[in-house]
Design a protein around this ligand. Structure first.
Ligand SMILES: *[C@@H]1O[C@H](CO)[C@@H](O)[C@H](O)[C@H]1NC(C)=O
Ligand SMILES: *[C@@H]1O[C@H](CO)[C@@H](O)[C@H](O)[C@H]1NC(C)=O
Ligand SMILES: *[C@@H]1O[C@H](CO)[C@@H](O)[C@H](O)[C@H]1NC(C)=O
Ligand SMILES: *[C@@H]1O[C@H](CO)[C@@H](O)[C@H](O)[C@H]1NC(C)=O
Ligand SMILES: *[C@@H]1O[C@H](CO)[C@@H](O)[C@H](O)[C@H]1NC(C)=O
Ligand SMILES: *[C@@H]1O[C@H](CO)[C@@H](O)[C@H](O)[C@H]1NC(C)=O
Ligand SMILES: *[C@@H]1O[C@H](CO)[C@@H](O)[C@H](O)[C@H]1NC(C)=O
Length: 440
């Protein structure tokens, strides 16, 4: 930019001519935080015979070009103050420093006899604070966060650390924050500041702790009774960071995986698919398997009974409605009464219909009782057995609530205790179906 030699000559000539000049700057280099206010000072002694008329600071002096007094410099307007605190110390106070302010700041002294420039002056560097975190922070390991600057702040600088905008313990003065045995609680937004300039906070940096899969569970769709020929989907869910990349599906007592991917689909279920399934979720930090879930179908015979029951029930309801309607019509024809009685009867019809169609067993003695009872008793013994097997299946999903769970075949080696809440709800749905057949 400018020739150092010519500058030196510019400075040295007056100095040589006047042996008593002494100038001392507060430092050679100043590292300032962007936005902060800085003080640059220069002390000097001049030969007695000189009469000093003017003192000011300039930036980046250029040879043969008169430098502008910073107080009058357009780029510094409103930000410069001079404080001649001692007779021969001249301080520049510059506020709200920006990167554009970087440069060489020198003291200029004008006397009646001559002008003097003292070079080199103070080299100003401007920095911002920046939190630096390791590329990857893994649970259980320890890691160090740094509060970085591009130039060296004073050795005595104390730092303050913030997590999610809250100040961490005041005792951390260092520009390093050590996290020992990281846990997922350490995830968050970190920033740092210099203790006595807390308003100049660094931008926040997000720390995302990596961990292997946790809470791995399987859910089954459809949630109700599985009928042979149905399409059945098993889905694996887990909590991990990064999200699990690999899912493998296993069937108990089968050595190799039966499938991969987050979902395992059996497009047409048959008895050979029955068994205990579990999934294993894996990311680069490790893997975890889910509890086993039992998947079995309702057998064909029983399904037929189910459909038959539904059919007979529907038919009976229709018959009842017809009977009620016929009765109403016959009464209506026999009765020459007013409109009010007709409307009352119409109300009765509607309540009767809703009672019969509701899922709850009717409270009053009516033909429906007989229907349900007859289904239960007419069920052949083999089907009763098949029903028990299903009972065991659902009991397994329901954390062994049913004490009749004795069939080893349907009990999964690893109980499904870790399964998601939704699974349990689904199991209770199916429980409703079964109990309505058995006890109604
Ligand atoms: C500091 O400078 C910036 C831009 O140069 C300006 O937006 C901001 O208002 C200034 N702050 C103060 C306190 O003067
Ligand atoms: C900051 O100071 C350290 C020693 O304390 C030194 O190694 C490093 O080079 C300095 N950095 C700059 C940018 O001056
Ligand atoms: C930094 O903190 C120490 C003790 O916590 C204190 O003695 C020292 O004066 C502080 N330095 C600055 C520059 O505030
Ligand atoms: C961290 O910052 C991100 C955006 O930078 C924000 O979405 C997230 O909610 C923050 N987290 C906390 C815990 O404040
Ligand atoms: C996913 O699993 C396959 C086979 O088990 C393995 O070859 C692959 O490396 C795994 N990928 C990841 C990211 O773990
Ligand atoms: C799998 O084998 C173990 C013994 O190796 C047995 O206890 C378990 O009942 C078997 N599970 C199934 C579903 O066959
Ligand atoms: C069940 O379905 C599989 C195909 O998914 C087929 O290979 C197998 O023979 C079927 N088993 C029975 C008993 O139908």
């Amino acid at each position: 930019m400018f020739s150092l030699f010519s500058l030196i000559s510019l400075i040295m000539i007056p100095v040589i001519c006047s042996q008593d000049w002494q100038v001392q700057y507060s430092s050679m280099m100043k590292c300032a935080l962007k936005g902060s206010t800085i003080h640059l000072s220069g002390s000097y002694k001049h030969p007695n015979y000189l009469t000093v008329t003017e003192r000011f600071w300039i930036v980046n002096p250029i040879k043969d070009k008169e430098s502008v007094n910073l107080l009058k410099h357009p780029d510094y307007s409103g930000r410069v103050q001079y404080s001649p605190d001692k007779e021969q110390t001249f301080v520049l106070k510059l506020s709200n420093v920006t990167h554009e302010d970087e440069g060489m700041y020198c003291l200029r002294i004008v006397a009646k006899e001559d002008k003097y420039l003292f070079f080199p002056g103070i080299d100003l560097k401007v920095t911002e604070l920046r939190v630096e975190i390791p590329e990857e922070v893994v649970e259980g390991e320890s890691s160090v966060l740094f509060c970085k600057t591009t130039c060296n702040l004073s050795d005595k600088t104390n730092f303050t650390w913030y997590k999610n905008s809250k100040s961490l313990s005041e005792s951390i003065d260092s520009n390093q924050l050590l996290l020992q045995s990281v846990s997922s609680d350490d995830s968050g937004n970190y920033s740092c500041a210099v203790r006595d300039q807390k308003h100049l906070l660094s931008p926040a940096v997000t720390l995302s702790v990596r961990y292997p899969p946790k809470s791995v569970s399987v859910s089954i769709s459809p949630s109700g009774v599985i009928v042979e020929g149905d399409s059945v989907t098993l889905s694996c869910s887990s909590d991990s960071n990064p999200p699990a990349l690999n899912f493998s599906w296993f069937k108990e007592n089968q050595s190799s995986a039966v499938g991969s991917g987050q979902s395992f689909i059996i497009s047409s279920f048959n008895s050979s698919h029955s068994g205990c399934y579990y999934c294993e979720a894996q990311n680069k930090h490790g893997s975890q398997r889910s509890a086993s879930v039992s998947v079995t179908s309702a057998e064909r015979g029983q399904t037929a009974v189910l459909y038959a029951a539904a059919g007979i029930g529907a038919a009976l309801i229709c018959i009842c409605i017809i009977i009620v309607v016929i009765k109403t019509i016959s009464r209506k024809t026999g009765d020459a009464g007013g409109k009010s009685s007709i409307s009352k009867q119409a109300k009765n019809i509607s309540t009767a219909v809703t009672d019969q169609t509701s899922a709850k067993p009717p409270k009053t003695a009516d033909p429906n009782d007989l229907v349900y009872a007859s289904i239960t008793h007419s069920r052949p013994r083999e089907q009763q057995r098949a029903g028990d097997e299903d009972e065991v299946q659902y009991a397994t999903v329901q954390h062994h609530r049913n004490t009749r769970n004795t069939t080893a075949e349907a009990g999964c080696q690893y109980g499904n205790t870790a399964s998601a809440g939704s699974n349990t709800e689904k199991a209770e749905d199916s429980d409703v179906i079964y109990s309505s057949i058995k006890y109604a």
